[in-house]
Design a protein around this ligand. Sequence first.
Ligand code: PLP
Length: 352
Amino acid sequence: MEMLLLYITNGREAKRGLEHARGQVATAIGAETKEIYFTACGSESDNLALKGVAYANRQKGNHIITTKIEHPAILQTCQTLEKQGYEVTYLNVDEQGMISLQELEKAIKPTTILISVMFANNEIGTTQPIEGIGKIAKKHGILFHTDSVQAVGNVAIDVQKLQIDLLSMSAHKFYGPKGVGALYVREGVAFDRIQDGGHQEKNKRAGTENVAGIVGLGKAIELATQNLIPYCQKLEELKKQYIRQIKEKLPEAKLNGHPEKRLPGNVNFSFPHIDGQELLLALDRRGICASTGSACSSGSLNPSHVLLAIGLPREYAEGALRVSIGEENTKEDITFLVDSLVEIITQMKKLN
Ligand code: PLP
């Protein structure tokens, strides 16, 4: 705490705080300190990665490959780039949310400058074959960016082994403060800054750094990496308990996402013919926070782009419920959640 106060109140100490945090981030992902750039969030890191690489490599080509299930921070950035003359291929995923490496390789053109595939999906939890993507990118001399906002703190990441050139993260996803993120960019990778102003972050990201947030990010990633194995084991056990109990008690439920290759704390079940929004409200009244996979617009539920991409029928998409299990959850919480779901869904079926 004293150290943090020093870092944020004294100019020279602030610089020390920034560099210490940069080292902590680098160590956590197997990078070098000079390869870490601080930003305000995961969305900014994604924007900087895609636009930065696209602008700096325009002479080499204008083609980018991504997937249909990326976060809007990637999808909307790609749409902006398309308006600026770039060409984007959006890869399909299978019904478990997985891309095909063969399709990825087939999509490569002489003009391809960047592949951007998320490490893990925020809705259905599926983790992609990152090492395989890294190999393909390297073989073809193409840069590889991965949005790892959901993966950092949940999955072991080594940018050397996985051959990742750029990686986005956001502190609050690994119990750090909100409003701070980081981007790893392999040394030697050309990328332009996208924000005009001062010369901070080696002239790649203008604007005074959020020192307190960055120091918090550094500590959070250090703790997350140290505790990764027991943390993941705990979440895996709770996840298995939840999946087992739901399958026993609500056998019509369908697990969305890959059965094994998924984030340790993410479970997304579809309860057919159940209104996800109503379910969410009923859970909220019992103090349980979850989210649906659909957005309500003009009285009807629109399935998210992710649920559409995995081809979920409408009656399943409307009843999708994503649960994120975290550090403070217990076996009792899971039993309470399952019992609540059984009671609410039984009641909803009676009223239908
Ligand atoms: N990418 C993914 C996969 C996410 O899940 C999120 C946020 O949930 C983001 C990007 C955006 O991160 P931030 O909210 O820090 O801008």
